[in-house]
Ligand binder design. Structure first.
Ligand code: BV8
Length: 228
């Protein structure tokens, strides 16, 4: 790709699909099999923390067994080639961008790999199994939770994201269905700031109308093609 002034990349679960991690809204996806209301909301955790922790343990173990794919690797090369001119924001809670050597990753929906204390907000590397009886290492409170953003909770780093959106000249969404807000509206904000918008996805999405250009195909093929 030609030399950008500032590229903003937003990734979703589709970029990790070929690494073997389940997406959410595809056929057989997580929210097709599990009820997000019983697993990905603060109320669900208050009602049955053990059930929620078990769900996240299973997904964390899947992340640990997964490997980055050529799409993650191509984005990391782009970031290294155009240092400081590529903002990478992910909705994903896996660490495959980091393990593909992306120098900076903004996790707007948090991370599987850290646990968080509900009382003092202390964060630490999540054990393979986070139990209701596990006390916070800093204050001793329990239960502790996965450090992910649930429905109804405010995503992380919104100010940093808004700043990068206002400055970018190219916005690229990769492997996201454009269903979850406010992430699904970032393309709109980028366009309003004058950026060209590009979607790289397996199929057209709910917010396809926000994109000047759409390329369809598996991320592990179309992302390296776009980057090179
Ligand atoms: C909030 C937890 C208030 C972590 C998740 C309007 C405005 C604001 C909010 C709302 C609104 N309307 C409704 C809301 C509430 C809600 C929402 O959006 N609901 C939707 C479902 C209607 N939003 C919230 O609650 C958010 N918080 O709004 O707070 C606020 C906000 C701002 C300021 C002040 C106050 C919190 C949202 C975060 C929820 N957390 N999960 C976890 O367990 O992982 S949701 C879940 O969805 C994940 O985080 C995931 O990352 C995210 C988005 O999904 P995608 O990544 O897009 O995955 P999906 O399966 O949907 O799509 C995959 C795509 O990849 C598909 O298109 C597929 O075709 C493609 N694909 C598949 N394979 C491949 C591929 N592409 C390429 N190659 C392949 N091989």
């Amino acid at each position: 790709m030609s030399k950008p002034a500032h590229v903003f990349i937003l990734t979703g679960a589709g970029i990790s699909a070929e690494s073997g991690l389940q997406t959410f809204r595809d056929k057989g996806g997580l929210w097709a099999k599990y009820d997000w209301r019983a697993l990905a909301t603060p109320d669900a955790f208050a009602r049955d923390p053990a059930h929620v922790l078990e769900f996240y343990d299973l997904r964390r173990q899947a992340v640990r067994q997964a490997q980055p794919n050529p799409a993650h690797e191509a984005i990391a090369r782009l970031q290294q080639r155009f240092r400081g001119r590529v903002t990478l924001v992910t909705q994903n809670v896996d660490d495959l961008h980091e393990r593909a050597d992306s120098p900076e990753v903004i996790h707007m929906h948090g991370s599987h790999l850290t646990a968080r204390c509900c009382a003092c907000d202390h964060r630490w590397p999540a054990p393979s199994q986070l139990r209701v009886s596990d006390p916070c290492p800093a204050c001793g409170a329990r239960p502790c939770r996965p450090d992910v953003v649930w429905f109804g909770e405010i995503p992380h780093h919104l100010d940093q994201i808004a700043e990068a959106l206002a400055d970018c000249d190219l916005f690229v969404a990769i492997g996201t269905s454009g269903t979850v807000q406010p992430a699904a509206s970032l393309a709109h904000a980028a366009r309003a700031a004058g950026a060209h918008t590009l979607a790289l996805n397996l199929q057209r999405t709910e917010n396809s109308n926000l994109f000047d250009e759409t390329r369809l195909g598996p991320a592990s093929r179309i992302v390296p093609e776009w980057v090179e």
